[in-house]
Design a binder for this molecule. Structure first.
Ligand SMILES: Nc1nc2c(ncn2[C@@H]2O[C@H](COP(=O)(O)OP(=O)(O)OP(=O)(O)O)[C@@H](O)[C@H]2O)c(=O)[nH]1
Length: 512
């Protein structure tokens, strides 16, 4: 199953399909028990990642039949959750909502509060897509309430920022600003500067909305420095769009125009990368909004003519007015383009997070590793990857139940977040397997990171478990070697074989 996950991540879908067939034939020979149902879920998820939605539904339904026969409610809830993802992606939002509600009812009944808060969160986003903002608000509020109760800081921060976004849509800028501030404080606590930056852009948008020039000015200056650090070159960052609105607020129309133009050009380049289907949809809406823009242009044109008659001597004034009109049109067009991409960007973001631990998922961390790899090839800089696998993790599930196993995974994610340095990233790679991507790091520093992580996992308190638990893990490391590594998968294979060796030598160690 882990091999299947590795192939999915490496986008080696042909091999993944062969392996899938093998798993299916083995499953068919095995007895119809819970393990089989879990395997169907995994195979379904593999098809989902490869956009084989019909096959994904087929396997989720097989898992459903077994869980239904076994009367295994938590399994049923997982199936509903998975189905909601598929239908949400296919655009059937009503069905996605129905499945999420069913999963939520079960998680609430069983007291799986973490899973319930995530289901509220996902429901909130589905409602936003359907334009049901009040329903979305109550889902995000419920997610906030549970996250506060179970002290899940990350989910709390994400839910608050989602709620803030709705307040912005409803022009309740003071409420939005307060929520963004609370959310920023949490991301700072986790040292997550990149997400903090995104939230601060939301805060700036709130200040601009409430026309608070002083607060907006201070924040804008800070964000310009952050943008140089955390912005993606060439990408149509939302920060640019908000910057244009900021300059407009400050009546610096020239900069507003230039920034808006820069944003629009990046956005147009980005269109090449979106699917044809998305573009068609965008164009339909774009056309109708262009007509609105033309009407606006006509209106403004009349105004200009009138002003020209009244102020024929004032050439300068005329030029300023034309500039303002151009900016207005660009802002309207930019806003429409932004609305289209927002939808897609949010789903992309959700697709990059692990639902259980809130950590980056395997797709996200692998993408990051690939970027670091091509950077290292071009600049000859060093970088390191490490595969981490929890030791005897199955015994946590067997001894204390699946719920405690989930908590152990969350604790491991939190331990990673505090043990790693600013230049490092991590993500959940498989069930209890994690991938760390480390910046320029020698062997000694790898050992230090291993020890820091180990120290963080020495005494973990978990609700419902009397004594603190100690979580051990094994780590396999690979340094980038320009002579042998042709792609990041070569490095992962070497790290995997070191991990295998660490396990063979008795676990609880790092091999590099
Ligand atoms: N609670 C919980 N368990 C999971 C999750 N994903 C995978 N698992 C379980 O993790 C266990 C992994 O077990 P094994 O692959 O045998 O490995 P292990 O027990 O960690 O032993 P070693 O890796 O050999 O040290 C399986 O029982 C899976 O069911 C999850 O999201 N939550």
């Amino acid at each position: 199953m882990l091999r299947l996950a590795l192939l999915d991540n490496a986008a080696e879908f042909d091999k993944s399909k062969q392996l899938t067939q093998k798993i299916i034939s083995k499953i068919q020979r095995a007895s119809q028990n819970e393990l089989v149902a879990r395997s169907y879920l995994e195979v379904g998820y593999s098809y989902y990642l490869d956009t084989g939605m019909d096959k994904a539904i087929e396997f989720y339904n097989k898992a459903y039949e077994i869980y239904f026969r076994l009367n295994e409610e938590s399994g049923l809830a997982d199936v509903f959750n998975s189905l909601s993802l598929v239908y949400g992606e296919q655009g059937d939002k009503n069905l996605a909502v129905n499945y999420l509600k069913k999963a939520l009812a079960i998680y609430s009944k069983l007291g799986y509060r973490h899973a319930a808060s995530l289901a509220h969160y996902n429901l909130g986003f589905t409602y936003v897509d359907m334009g049901l903002l009040e329903e979305a608000k109550s889902q995000f509020s419920a997610s906030i309430e549970i996250s506060l109760d179970i002290d899940d800081k990350l989910n709390l921060a994400y839910s608050k920022s989602a709620l803030a976004r709705i307040f912005i849509k409803q022009s309740q800028f003071v409420n939005a600003a307060n929520l963004y501030k609370e959310s920023i404080a949490i991301f700072k606590y986790f040292d997550d500067e990149v997400t903090s930056f995104r939230m601060k852009v939301g805060l700036l948008e709130s200040y601009i909305g409430s026309k608070d020039k002083i607060a907006a000015g201070k924040l804008f200056n800070k964000l310009q420095i952050d943008y140089a650090k955390y912005g993606q070159p060439g990408y149509p960052s939302k920060f640019l769009l908000i910057s244009a609105r900021y300059h407009e607020l400050m009546m610096d129309y020239k900069r507003a125009f230039e920034t808006q133009l820069d944003y629009s050009q990046r956005l147009l380049k980005n269109f090449d990368r979106v699917q044809e289907q998305d573009v068609e949809k965008l164009m339909v809406e774009f056309d109708s909004k262009i007509k609105e823009s033309e009407n606006l242009l006509l209106l403004k044109d009349n105004e200009v003519k009138k002003l020209r008659l009244e102020q024929q001597n004032s050439r300068l004034f005329f030029l300023i007015l034309v500039s303002v009109m151009a900016i207005l049109i660009m802002v309207v067009i930019g806003f429409l383009l932004y609305r289209q991409t927002l939808h897609r960007t949010r789903f992309q973001k959700m697709a990059l997070r692990d639902h259980l631990t809130n950590a980056p998922n395997r797709r996200a961390v692998l993408q990051y590793a690939k970027e670091r790899f091509s950077e290292a090839r071009q600049t000859n800089m060093n970088f390191t990857i490490a595969l981490v696998d929890l030791d005897h993790f199955k015994t946590f599930n067997d001894q204390y139940g699946h719920d405690v196993g989930d908590e152990v995974l969350k604790s491991f994610s939190n331990a990673c977040a505090s043990a790693l340095r600013k230049q490092d990233r991590y993500g959940r790679y498989g069930g209890e397997e994690w991938l760390l991507v480390l910046g320029d790091t020698d062997k000694n520093e790898v050992t230090q990171i291993f020890n820091r992580l180990k120290a963080n996992l020495e005494k973990i308190s978990i609700n419902g478990v009397e004594k603190p638990l100690t979580v051990l893990f094994s780590m396999g490391v690979a340094q980038y070697d320009p002579d042998t590594d042709k792609n990041v998968q070569d490095m992962i294979r070497r790290a995997d074989s070191n991990l295998y060796e660490a396990k063979g030598l008795g676990r609880d160690r790092v091999i590099q």
